[in-house]
Design a binder for this molecule. Structure first.
Ligand SMILES: NC(=O)c1ccc[n+]([C@@H]2O[C@H](COP(=O)([O-])OP(=O)(O)OC[C@H]3O[C@@H](n4cnc5c(N)ncnc54)[C@H](OP(=O)(O)O)[C@@H]3O)[C@@H](O)[C@H]2O)c1
Length: 226
């Protein structure tokens, strides 16, 4: 079967298409035929914001893959969502349900944006101190793209204060996937796809994704190139 593989770290060009042996599942594994996938810097992981009805949620980087998921899940859980993106993505972010959309290139949301029960920073662009300014006294900060130093700061904040900071990886379970599938089937969650590439175009897809301006997801159609 055809696969996109890489043997060294580096730019998108390190990716190569190769014929590889089809994996044989063990007794406790299943083999899944993938029709399409997404270009992500990490495997898709959805941080479950345990958001309650009428809580105020702030999503920074609302137009990315993680951001569009966060906006929709927060709305589904009944929150009032303020989303931050740039001018070009405002309409799309409104369409997926945000109550209020602010433009990070124009609006001073730190000064005028209010405070929130939950702040979700999805793109690691908003300084930690600004995240804290946006957070209520007992609020929860979710840093889904945090590096090591932010993780450390988050741990200190959680231990020493009333605010909680959630960072690090999550483990997806079959129940999580089933839950999201039901949301999609029932029209509560829309996957935002910016561009779709074939597996043969994997280098181009990475090049585009790496620019950091995709709207939602970049999808890879596997089956056409199989
Ligand atoms: N996608 C995943 O499945 C996944 C999984 C795990 C972890 N992560 C991590 O989560 C982070 C976000 O990934 P992503 O795929 O959602 O998006 P991304 O590709 O990293 O970012 C794309 C989005 O970020 C927005 N953006 C860029 N600069 C911004 C800024 N200064 N302020 C606010 N928004 C800005 C862009 O909008 P504009 O073009 O309008 O600026 C674009 O919509 C990454 O660090 C990634 O490593 C992603």
């Amino acid at each position: 079967m055809k696969a996109a593989v890489y043997y060294a770290y580096g730019p998108p060009e390190v990716l190569q298409l190769q014929e590889v042996k089809k994996p044989v599942p063990k007794d406790n594994e299943v083999q899944i035929r993938i029709f399409s996938t997404a270009v992500n810097s990490a495997d898709w992981r959805l941080r479950k914001a345990k958001v309650g009805s009428r809580q105020k949620v702030f999503v920074y980087g609302a137009s990315g893959a993680v951001g569009t998921a966060a906006v929709q899940l927060a709305k589904y859980f009944g929150a009032e969502v303020t989303a931050i993106c740039s001018s070009a993505d405002i309409e799309m972010v409104k369409l997926i349900g945000a109550d209020r959309v602010l433009d990070y290139t124009k609006d001073d949301f730190i000064k005028n944006g209010g405070t929130y029960d939950v702040v979700i920073e999805t793109v690691d662009k908003l300084p930690y101190s600004d995240c804290m300014k946006l957070l209520k006294k007992n609020g929860i900060l979710i840093l889904s793209a945090a590096g090591f130093s932010q993780m450390l700061r988050g741990a200190v904040t959680s231990i020493t204060g009333k605010r909680k900071v959630i960072t690090g990886g999550t483990k997806e379970t079959a129940d999580d996937m089933q839950y999201v599938k039901e949301l999609i089937d029932n029209g509560f969650y829309k996957q935002v796809i910016d561009r779709t590439y074939t597996l043969d175009q994997i280098v181009e897809a990475h090049r585009y994704g790496e620019q950091g301006h995709k709207k939602g997801n970049v999808a890879i159609r596997i089956i056409e190139s199989d």
